[in-house]
Write a protein that binds this ligand. Structure first.
Ligand SMILES: Nc1ncnc2c1ncn2[C@@H]1O[C@H](COP(=O)(O)OP(=O)(O)OP(=O)(O)O)[C@@H](O)[C@H]1O
Ligand SMILES: [Mg+2]
Length: 270
């Protein structure tokens, strides 16, 4: 069993504190649902676990099987078995999707994957995810529909076989059939060597992939943890009741999607 352990994590962006002391322990074999109102720090938490350079950890600890994660670079975290399925997958013109996937797989193993094996695995997963096979030959996410981008994140997860997958609103943009396909892909990953954190606003995903743990994140803190009953309450009542427990809801200012920033753009030479 592997354990990803987060203790008293505080995260700031541009000197504004977003994550305000989070404790979370995820073991392989567990599926954690993370819910919370818009702009309250869910994506910030997941991106920080993956090592997004814009998010500054000001306090706290994060370990994977006792190893310090905060001192690892993003690629080291990936090789250690952490994977992030992004809420807003970045378009990277100039990088062909299949080249990107193969490079990512190669970075995870000592010997490069043979072309034959790679194509076999790619084709199988593309078929399982009912993706258009043209997508693998196009630039990464460029012009992909919302649902295609999300399936492409799941394709990466399937090829990389992480220990811990952080799936940020993987259901947004998916039609009903695609949601079932993605849910099946996540369910197929379930094992004693796989743990997952799923952020979603909707109970539908959690009906299809039942979580073992449910957390409510408000104003940068996990204010409640429990089971299925929390999802039902949120589905029926929203988040107003959280205020009655004495917690402030961050109503959101300065809302921006998370983007890779300058490394995701090409600048034309003068
Ligand atoms: N790159 C960024 N630059 C500036 N502010 C940011 C950045 N990323 C996040 N924030 C701010 O941090 C706060 C938390 O954002 P975050 O994306 O973590 O929320 P969330 O809980 O994932 O919301 P949603 O449910 O809408 O996805 C928001 O106020 C947001 O504007
Ligand atoms: Mg988010």
């Amino acid at each position: 069993m592997s354990t990803l352990k987060i203790e008293n994590l505080h995260v700031s962006i541009e000197d504004r504190e977003i994550v305000k002391g989070i404790d979370l322990e995820i073991n392989t074999g567990e599926i954690h649902a993370l819910m919370g109102p818009n702009g309250n720090g869910k994506s910030t938490l997941l991106s920080t676990i993956m090592g997004h350079p814009k998010y500054k950890v000001t306090q706290g600890k994060m370990t994977l099987d006792g190893q310090d994660v905060l001192s690892m670079s993003v690629d080291e975290r990936s090789r250690a078995g952490i994977f992030l399925g992004m809420q807003y997958p970045q378009e990277i013109p100039g990088v062909i999707t299949s080249d990107f996937l193969r490079a990512a797989m190669n970075a995870h193993q000592e010997k490069p994957v043979s072309l034959f094996k790679f194509i076999k695995e790619l084709d199988k997963n593309i078929e399982d995810l009912k993706m258009n096979e043209n997508l693998a030959h196009r630039y990464l996410n460029e012009g992909f529909s919302g649902g295609e981008k999300k399936r492409n994140e799941i394709l990466q997860m399937k090829l990389l076989q992480p220990k811990f997958a952080l799936l940020d609103e993987i259901d947004s943009g998916l039609d009903v059939d695609a949601l079932k396909i993605v849910a099946k892909a996540i369910n197929d990953m379930k094992s004693d060597t796989f743990g997952c954190v799923m952020v979603s606003h909707y109970e539908r995903l959690f009906e299809l992939v039942p979580p073992t743990h449910v957390h409510v994140l408000v104003d940068g803190k996990i204010v409640l943890s429990g089971g299925r009953e929390l999802i039902d309450k949120i589905d029926q009542e929203g988040y107003e009741w959280v205020k009655e427990l004495g917690y402030e809801i961050n109503e959101g200012e300065n809302k921006q999607p998370i983007v890779l920033g300058s490394c995701g753009h090409k600048v034309k030479a003068e």
